[in-house]
Design a protein around this ligand. Structure first.
Ligand SMILES: Nc1ncnc2c1ncn2[C@@H]1O[C@H](COP(=O)(O)OP(=O)(O)OP(=O)(O)O)[C@@H](O)[C@H]1O
Length: 222
């Protein structure tokens, strides 16, 4: 689904990530962890082809990103849902309009099951609210709904619980686990080890850890 082969990334002359080889298989649930500044967000950008590797290859759905045109990359990205660290919305649009924005931009019609999606993330009663009227937890669940609006095969979430309390973090994790059980591949970047432990107690997860510019699979030492 997403595969890295000897991929490295440098910002200018500063090497940040080197010689990474791993793959994200369909239906899997991954965490990506590591200290602040280790390169988690940068690695997510490589997985999403927002950045191209300085060396090595990154393949999305079997195609190497450096052999693709911008249009091809944009097309493949529709198969990936992103939940950003700071869930930005357009403040003058309602939550429903914000959640549906990726469809609007792509010229696609609204989903028939939009009401179900809103109910699933617990935002039915906030459908017409403006973004500034929402709590942090509501914004995160809206960001998840927006990431899912094009029914992606994989969801990449960058610190989705960074700005919310533990109870709301558990609720968001539950949604992501349910999503994975329905077949969606999930990868969450987080430094919250309690979140990883909680997920491990419920489903099989793989934990990728960035250490010394390398990505390794963590064992049971969490
Ligand atoms: N556009 C950029 N140009 C130069 N350096 C950058 C750029 N973006 C990030 N960096 C640097 O790369 C390093 C890794 O940043 P990144 O945001 O990927 O880490 P992170 O593990 O996600 O951190 P955090 O957990 O604090 O969000 C940091 O030292 C950061 O300052």
């Amino acid at each position: 689904m997403i595969e890295l082969q000897a991929a490295s990334y440098s910002y200018g002359h500063t090497a940040l990530l080197s010689d990474m080889s791993f793959s994200i298989e369909p239906g899997s649930f991954h965490f990506l962890t590591g200290p602040s500044g280790a390169g988690k967000s940068t690695l997510l950008k490589l997985l999403y082809a927002e950045l191209l590797p300085s060396e090595g290859t990154v393949s999305l759905f079997g195609q190497s990103v450096d052999q693709m045109s911008r249009d091809q990359i944009a097309f493949l990205r529709r198969r990936i849902g992103l939940v950003h660290q700071n869930c930005d919305f357009l403040d003058h649009l309602s939550m429903t309009e914000n959640i549906c924005l990726p469809l609007t931009v792509a010229g696609q019609s609204a989903r028939d099951d939009l009401d179900q999606l809103l109910a699933w993330v617990g935002l039915t009663h906030r459908a017409d609210a403006l973004p500034p009227q929402l709590s942090g937890g509501e914004r995160q669940r809206a960001a998840l709904a927006r990431a899912l609006i094009q029914a992606p095969e994989v969801v990449l979430a960058d610190e989705p619980t960074g700005n919310i309390d533990w109870e709301m973090s558990q609720r968001l994790l539950t949604l992501l686990i349910e999503l994975n059980k329905m077949g969606t591949t999930v990868l969450i970047a987080t430094h919250d080890l309690n979140l990883i432990r909680l997920a491990k107690s419920e489903i099989a997860v793989r934990v990728l850890r960035i250490k010394d510019r390398q990505v390794q699979f963590a064992g049971s030492d969490l």
